[in-house]
Design a protein around this ligand. Structure first.
Ligand code: SF4
Length: 347
């Protein structure tokens, strides 16, 4: 985990300058909906967070909680329609990406904000050598000549620890293992030295040893380049060692936001508590894991009141009537729960 936070940094090369204390990204009251034949699916319902240079924010939640849609909205790669952003702002270095002309926004993808996708095999082009695909980033965005672009590709492959990079630069994606393909995706994502890197479930398809290697590599690169890293995952275990802060999402809203240590030590939302209780622990070998009962809500028909109430063991009448706002419940702790204090200070 990184602890170094630059107080100021500039990106004069591209013209974007982070705000005070390295502030890069601000997501403000973001709403995203999908217009389907069955009705309007409310995928994101007022999400707020920010990200600074050198910081890792983990966005955590079950599938369908809205974390990947949030990432796609930041990248500007949502299919619109059926998606629509009726409300909210996404500011990068103070400029609202949502109102930026498309050609200007396109130029932010790669050099400013970049993304690693879950499935490297379907994200890499199977008919081009991996080195060519990395080199293309330099040719396309920087006009680098062919031999320099290839040399850069080899350097990046070496940096992401692809053994024998020089000999494998002309190999095709199917000639690499899943872990190596994910490293190639990382090389492509960092090629243009982005200020913000979004990693969407970057280790889901990998075994645990390779998962740990990829997470360590991301943490190293983030510290070395002082990127702001958004790590999207459904797995609390994966982020413990690398995240600075965690935002827990459910039904398109942030239910809890906290420093990673505080959230692990004392969750302030029943959903976070449920996620933590479902992590296998060595000191509880042989005991049954506590899973959160029930299913995530249908985004076409969100329950009245707190979205989590049908699955919540702390639910009271007020929870079925009133939707709790995300509010500060302790210094630096935000929770969207009527009974956050009780959950936080439970025995
Ligand atoms: Fe559970 Fe009520 Fe808190 Fe929602 S508001 S998480 S239902 S206790």
């Amino acid at each position: 985990m990184t602890t170094t936070k630059p107080t100021s940094s500039t990106r004069t090369e591209t013209g974007y300058r982070p705000g005070p204390d390295g502030l890069l990204l601000e997501v403000d009251d973001l709403h995203v909906e999908f217009h389907t034949e069955e009705g309007v699916a409310h995928a994101i319902n007022g999400v707020n967070f920010d990200l600074r240079a050198g910081e890792t924010l983990a966005i955590l939640g079950e599938s369908g909680s809205g974390k990947s849609v949030t990432a796609q909205a930041i990248m500007g790669i949502l299919d619109m329609p059926p998606a629509r952003i009726p409300k909210g702002e996404i500011r990068y270095c103070g400029q609202n990406l949502l109102t930026m002309p498309e050609d200007q926004r396109r130029r932010t993808r790669g050099p400013e904000i970049s993304m690693i996708f879950q499935d490297a095999l379907s994200s890499l082009n199977p008919v081009f050598p991996v080195g060519w695909q990395i080199a293309e980033m330099f040719r396309k965005h920087r006009g680098t000549n062919k031999s320099d672009a290839q040399a850069n590709a080899i350097r990046l492959m070496e940096r992401v620890q692809i053994p024998g990079a020089k000999d494998r630069v002309k190999a095709y994606p199917h000639q690499f293992s899943g872990g190596m393909r994910q490293r190639i995706m990382i090389a492509m994502a960092i090629a243009l030295d982005p200020a913000v890197l979004i990693a969407d479930e970057p280790t889901t398809a990998l075994d645990v040893t390779v998962q740990a290697q990829i997470m360590n590599l991301l943490a190293e690169l983030q510290e070395e380049r002082q990127m702001g890293l958004i790590l999207i995952t459904h797995d609390l275990g994966v982020v413990a060692d690398v995240a600075d802060r965690i935002a827990v999402m459910y039904a398109g809203r942030i239910m809890e936001r906290a420093d990673v240590y505080e959230l692990y030590a004392k969750p302030a939302h029943p959903y976070t508590l449920g996620l933590l209780e479902s992590i296998p622990r060595l000191d509880q070998k042989g005991q049954e894991l506590a899973a959160i009962g029930g299913l995530p809500p249908n985004l076409l028909r969100l329950p009245q009141g707190c979205e989590f109430h049908p699955r919540c063991r702390f639910a009271q009448d007020v929870c079925r009537a009133d939707r709790p706002e995300l509010r500060e419940v302790a210094p630096g702790r935000l929770s969207a729960c009527h009974f956050a204090q009780e959950v936080l200070h439970r025995g």
